[in-house]
Design a protein around this ligand. Sequence first.
Ligand code: ATP
Ligand code: FE
Ligand code: MG
Length: 336
Amino acid sequence: QMILAIETSCDETAAAIIRNGTEIVSNVVASQIESQKRFGGVVPEIASRHHVEKITLVIEKALKDAEIEPKDLDGVAVTEGPGLVGALLIGINAAKAFAFAHGLPIIGVHHIAGHIYANALVQKMEFPLLALVVSGGHTELVLMKEHGHFEVIGETRDDAAGEAYDKVARVLNMPYPGGPHIDRLAHEAEIGVEFPRAWLEDSYDFSFSGLKSAVINYKHNMDQRGEEIIPEQVAKGFQDSVVEVLTTKTVRAAREFHVKQVIAAGGVSANKGLRSSLEQAFSKEGIPFYVPPLKLCTDNAAMIGAAGSFMFKSGVRSNLSMNGLPGMELKSWSLA
Ligand code: ATP
Ligand code: FE
Ligand code: MG
């Protein structure tokens, strides 16, 4: 089974060819980070324009790199939501046109299901499985009892982890996206500034806006006193708080639901501090823990192809009336 996958939900224009849901035949990502940098974030209109310019080239390159022709394909998978509606529609329209022209079935994939299924490209998913999804727009603990089954047992009540990283980076005058910069700075400090942890009692929900405000207030107070902050120590204090809360809640959920495997997914799972904290914690727990290689953590089409392949296999189909769903919910496939 050979799938063409397309992802344009945010600021990467991406296409990939996936065999049997587990093997990357080609994986092309054209990032807009350089042009979005000067705005300190993603500007929707600019994102859409970039996608329009690049989508055809990116799809052609994915086919060329894979050394296949459209007739070798069995289907097209595309991110249906959530994301920026204008950005989503460019990928969806390209997917529809391609599917129609070559008589292929099409399937709409939830972007977060994609992030989770990035793991299927590196190892066999075993159920029940707990996924910690930490990205630019999401922070969730997702329990999966089988392929295509998603139960969100906890989620952020305000900012996503990646969003908090990007905002704190801005306070420290670091360029967008800030996550990798904070990660690097945090590793350059011995001690961190003491910042609060939001436990929200025994729920599996998260909150990062209080922490973000604490960092902003700290900087403000230091400025008022005419003192210099030490960015490395601020970064470390912030990262320690995020990592401790994410790790503690993930471990507690893994125990409660007796999962066979824990995986991390999404852009923030590229974080070195988080990866090593989760690795240590789960090696102590004796529960297998996996996180995809960096390139598969941030947005890409290979992960959409992985999820799409499993959806095709379980008989799910979309049709050419598919629309972009900016607020799409993560639903189980059987219910989709
Ligand atoms: P979503 O997947 O929720 O729709 P998104 O697609 O914009 O949002 P991703 O591309 O999955 O998000 O992740 C991007 C986020 O990951 C950014 O907020 C970025 O700062 C963060 N990030 C990337 N690398 C790291 C890192 N090493 N440490 C912390 N955060 C990181
Ligand atoms: Fe993403
Ligand atoms: Mg992104």
